[in-house]
Write a protein that binds this ligand. Structure first.
Ligand code: TXE
Length: 494
């Protein structure tokens, strides 16, 4: 049953510069709904000249408005008001989010929008709590380390959780007193515009939060290169993250925060107690958002004694999924973001089979009755660490299965040659859990659970090719601050 009629929903279209929506003529990209593949809007593309106007405008607003100079608690109040407005609009924002992304509308209303609002509140609380420190100097000196905003932060976000990703990047940067120039993914560009309109209503000064739309090559690169942009923050693929980092080196140098790909293990020992509950956790960690999650648990590494029983339970859950549009209340599996992305998943699975992998269920694209591209939840066994399904990020509902006998072998399989974003460990032995925590090279390790909670205070970010720096936590706000050292002679009158 459809919850809303996608053809009846109006979307805001344009750039958001200087506190208002602007829709200039010029190059435009077609934007499709992933649920049914239908083109529903044309996205203006900001070229270098328009990015320059937006960046200069943001820089002037940052210099001239009170945003960086006001009492930090006043800034916090504005951000909290913004969060309240976002939350109050959950039904409308949730529909906007579901229309153009892979987020099921019920989840978007009940989770994405409240999570976005709560993220803004979390960052607001840091506005007056990270001022710097007094340094331990000799008594006739006074040394201070003063935390200051950078000025203008460039942010580039992906398509998998459009609103939430914007709140993480923009919330942290604004709380620290910066202005932001954001480019949302060209695949899911519109919901951010409504966030920006609500920011203005809440009292964020015009020009402090700006959005330019466009593709990575044109708009993303122009933001990264712009001399007024003092720092970049990005979430997306490792390859694009590396390109942004190298542009930051050439056109700055400027610091970067990068939240990149993953190939996260779910490591299961045979002392686990409830296989039904565990199967649901493991399946959910790879089928949620159809596996299009940076921390998706894509590698099951299971001790041999429980492997058969666990995999059979997971297979039953996988085959019970019903693909369907984000507005279909009976669907349990949302679409892949685009036909190209679905083809990319299919190609990796084919190469995995050619390398000896055995597909136990799924392994194909269907149209879900809507015309979009849906990839059925897929289990692959018979793989080794060199198999493409194990070595490459797939970003779809594809779970590989590897078995082991002793603890050491399990730890070795859990490690990955390139990625280190997250990991799950399931065991009833606390010592073993802590040994795993120490051994696994990843930015986050979950024990007897998989996935983030609403504890925004726990930072998220990767090791190795999964990224640099943190989103969330105190660390995310600190990454939006630079530190000025002051030393005074106070021993005698001058
Ligand atoms: O990502 P890109 P894509 C991974 C996942 C997926 C793969 C490809 O494995 O299959 O990336 O997805 C902008 N300069 N993740 O192609 O290219 C682009 O416009 C500046 C993991 O969508 O990284 C978009 O806004 N910006 C992930 C953003 O980068 C550039 C989430 C992401 O696009 C640019 C998404 C450039 N040269 C994909 N090129 C996660 N970590 O959660 C592109 N962009």
């Amino acid at each position: 049953m459809p919850i809303f009629d996608p053809d009846q929903i109006q979307v805001p279209v344009g750039h958001f510069i200087g506190g208002r929506l602007q829709t200039p003529a010029g190059a435009a990209l077609e934007v499709q709904r992933p649920s049914d593949g239908k083109v529903y809007a044309a996205l203006p593309v900001a070229d270098e000249a328009l990015v320059d106007i937006a960046a200069e405008n943001a820089w002037t607003a940052w210099k001239e408005s009170d945003w960086a100079r006001c009492a930090p608690r006043d800034r916090a109040r504005v951000l909290r008001r913004w969060a309240d407005l976002v939350e109050a609009e959950a039904p409308r924002l949730g529909v906007l989010e579901a229309l153009g992304s892979t987020r099921p509308v019920r989840d978007a209303i009940a989770w994405d929008v409240p999570f976005t609002a709560e993220g803004l509140r979390f960052f607001a609380e840091y506005a007056d709590k990270l001022g710097g420190e007094v340094a331990a100097t000799r008594h006739d000196h006074l040394g201070m380390v003063i935390a200051e905003p950078y000025g203008l932060i460039g942010a580039i976000t992906p398509w998998n959780f459009p609103l939430v990703m914007v709140s993480w990047k923009v919330g942290a940067a604004l709380a620290a007193g910066n202005a932001v120039l954001l480019k949302p993914s060209e695949l899911t560009p519109f919901s951010a515009l409504r966030l920006a309109e609500l920011a203005i209503q809440a009292g964020v000064p015009a020009g402090i939060f700006n959005i330019v739309q466009g593709d990575g090559r044109t708009t993303g690169e122009a933001i990264t290169r712009h001399p007024r942009v003092s720092k970049m923050t990005f979430t997306g693929s490792t390859r694009t993250g590396a390109a942004i980092m190298s542009a930051c080196a050439l056109h700055g140098p400027k610091p970067v925060t990068l939240e990149l790909g993953g190939k996260s293990p779910q490591l299961v020992f045979d002392d686990v107690r409830d296989l039904d509950k565990l199967a649901a956790t493991i399946a959910g960690a790879i089928t949620g958002n159809a596996g299009q999650v940076c921390v998706a648990g894509s590698r099951l590494i299971v001790q041999r004694r429980v492997a058969g029983a666990l995999v059979e339970r997971i297979r039953a859950i996988f085959t019970g999924h019903r693909p369907g549009a984000t507005w279909d209340e009976d669907a349990t599996l949302p679409p892949i973001i685009s036909a190209q992305q679905a083809a990319r998943i299919a190609a990796i699975v084919e190469r995995a089979q050619a390398a000896g992998g055995r597909v136990k269920c799924g392994g194909r694209i269907v149209d879900g009755g809507y015309g979009g591209a849906y990839y059925l939840p897929t289990l692959i066994d018979g793989v080794d660490t060199a198999n493409p399904a194990v070595s490459e990020e797939i970003f779809g509902p594809v779970l590989t299965v590897q078995t082991f006998d002793d603890e050491e072998e399990g730890f070795a399989l859990a490690s990955h040659d390139s990625y280190g974003l997250a990991a799950g460990v399931h065991t009833s032995d606390v010592g073993r859990a802590m040994r795993a925590v120490r051994r696994i090279e990843a930015g986050t390790v979950w024990v007897n659970r998989y996935g983030r909670s609403a504890d925004f205070v726990i930072p998220t970010g990767g090791y190795h090719q999964s990224g640099i720096g943190k989103d969330l936590g105190r660390q995310a706000v600190e990454a939006n601050l630079r530190f000025k050292s002051v030393l005074m002679d106070i021993g005698s009158p001058q």
